[in-house]
Design a protein around this ligand. Structure first.
Ligand SMILES: [Zn+2]
Length: 310
């Protein structure tokens, strides 16, 4: 078993990336190097379901313009001068990252939804007055159901990040363009439903895994060059590792893993089959609150937690 190491990346990188983003735009995003080189690849454990069926129609081709009629002047982008730019709206604004290590903070993150469990999770978060982050896909429900759920996530003060539309490893990691095409589809669906331009990403399976190690460096360069911030996780609650854990086990293991750390980005799954995750939330939230932790949603200013390519 290979070792996982993680790190909070330096704020300096944000500045480098801002410049690189411009450079990437000028070079039609052909994989401009914006991230320092790393050595060999150390794989994280397989913590994600690989059952993501791809029943979706063809992804958006990137020719649409989610910016049209939005009236939103706060978001950058895209590359106005170059009509050949692939996925010209698939950009985000970089923000300087901060990292206050004096506070005990838990970032709950829910991948793979929205699903029929999303509202139950939102209700629980609301009951405790806390916020979380949802890395969404197009896997579950109808388009209309997803659109309603996106809006509920945002209306309740929680955050949406992107986790690709199909979550189909073979498809999204076939090439960088294939990944961008799929990502652009979920970006556009969320934007058109809510007007919200997502700027956070979680790669399915993590930023470096057995699924994407052949292109992970190029993918990261491309995503960061477009201004997006990607987040891996420090703690997995274990709800998608091939075994059905009980709510009490999920809660106990999560609290145990978080209690050793000042800050934790915790991975959960918002899928129709994860009812035990929903049931585990109240006790783990109460337990971590009693230990002095605050719960927050991620945002572009939070220094991301990354698996390191060694
Ligand atoms: Zn996932």
């Amino acid at each position: 078993m290979k070792k996982i190491t993680c790190t909070f990346r330096s704020g300096i990188l944000s500045l480098v990336l801002a410049a690189a983003m411009l450079l990437a735009a000028l070079t039609a995003c052909s994989g401009t190097t914006v991230r320092e080189a790393n050595g060999s690849v150390s794989l994280p454990p397989e913590a994600e379901s690989s059952a993501a069926a791809d029943a979706s129609p063809d992804p958006a081709d990137g020719s649409g313009d989610p910016a049209e009629g939005s009236g939103d002047q706060s978001v950058p982008p895209a590359v106005e001068a170059d009509s050949d730019e692939p996925y010209p709206n698939l950009y985000a604004r970089q923000e300087e990252k901060t990292d206050d290590n004096t506070q005990k903070i838990i970032y709950l993150t829910f991948d793979d939804g929205p699903s029929e469990n999303t509202e139950k999770i939102l209700d629980t978060l609301d009951r405790y007055g806390i916020k979380a982050t949802f890395f969404v896909t197009g896997q579950y429900g109808t388009k209309e159901e997803r659109e309603t759920r996106y809006q509920k996530i945002l209306d309740s003060g929680n955050v949406i990040g992107l986790h690709t539309y199909s979550h189909n490893y073979d498809k999204i990691y076939a090439s960088t363009d294939a990944f961008l095409k799929d990502l652009n589809k979920i970006y556009t669906e969320v934007y058109e439903a809510t007007g919200f331009r997502a700027s956070l990403i979680r790669f399915p399976g993590g930023s470096v895994s057995q699924h994407n190690q052949h292109i992970c460096k190029e993918l990261i360069q491309e995503i960061e060059g477009r201004g997006f911030t990607y987040h891996d996780w420090a703690v997995s609650c274990g709800d998608a590792e091939g075994k059905q854990l009980s709510a009490s086990t999920i809660a106990e293991e999560t609290v145990k893993a978080c209690a050793d750390r000042t800050k934790s980005v915790v991975l959960f799954h918002d899928t129709p089959s994860q009812g035990e995750t929903v049931k585990a939330l109240p006790s783990l939230i109460e337990s971590l609150m009693s230990k002095g932790y605050e719960f927050r949603a991620l945002d572009p200013s939070v220094k991301p937690f990354h698996f390191v390519i060694e």
